[in-house]
Design a binder for this molecule. Structure first.
Ligand code: SF4
Length: 184
């Protein structure tokens, strides 16, 4: 097991905005979990992966973030202590499970943050029809990059005349490990 023991887990309210009803938490440990990052990035769809400094950022729904460092896990935006603890248990389990399966996983070194909104926009129908609930295709492209909306939300994209664009968009998204927030 790569990460078997958490030495310290501190949960606190962020000083910068103590009015916010969210908590931050930091877990520290002696093990170096950075060897798991390329596979964790591949399996969980990391938002940003900084190989030089070994920092892997995972974006969750509802403004929650989990940042992995070699000997530290930072959790931002938990609703309460129970959720902070549950997120730590979840990510610890993921690190250990993914590391155990690493031989069967193709590591990924790119991340979703590399996606360009303008490249996504070019592959939408660009009709600004609002059927997706976004006011423009540009707004849809921005939300898609963030993982807050999916390809299926743009109904026109599934029409025959946009098949090529959709395929190119799928390929582009997949090349950066895109996934919707909290996707299974
Ligand atoms: S449904 Fe598709 S075509 Fe219509 S605004 Fe949204 S992204 Fe653009």
């Amino acid at each position: 097991m790569l990460l078997d023991q958490i030495d310290n887990f501190e949960i606190f309210r962020p000083k910068m905005d103590s009015s916010k009803e969210v908590l931050h938490a930091i877990a520290t440990f002696k093990a170096d979990v950075s060897p798991s990052f390329p596979c964790v990035n591949a399996e969980l769809g990391g938002w940003d992966y900084d190989q030089t400094n070994q920092v892997l950022l995972l974006k969750m729904s509802d403004g929650k973030w989990i940042t992995l460092h070699p000997q530290k896990i930072a959790i931002r935006g938990a609703r309460d202590i129970a959720e902070a603890k549950a997120l730590l248990v979840w990510i610890q389990g993921q690190i250990n499970d993914i590391h155990a399966r690493r031989e069967a996983i193709t590591p990924r070194y790119v991340s979703q943050a590399g996606l360009k909104i303008m490249e996504i926009l070019k592959l939408t129908p660009m009709t600004n029809c609002k059927a997706c609930g976004s006011p423009t295709c540009m707004a849809y492209a921005a939300a898609l990059r963030e993982g807050e909306i999916g390809l299926s939300d743009c109904a026109p994209l599934w029409e025959d005349k946009y098949r090529e664009k959709r395929k190119k968009l799928q390929t582009y998204l997949e090349s950066f490990g895109w996934r919707a927030l909290d996707a299974e």
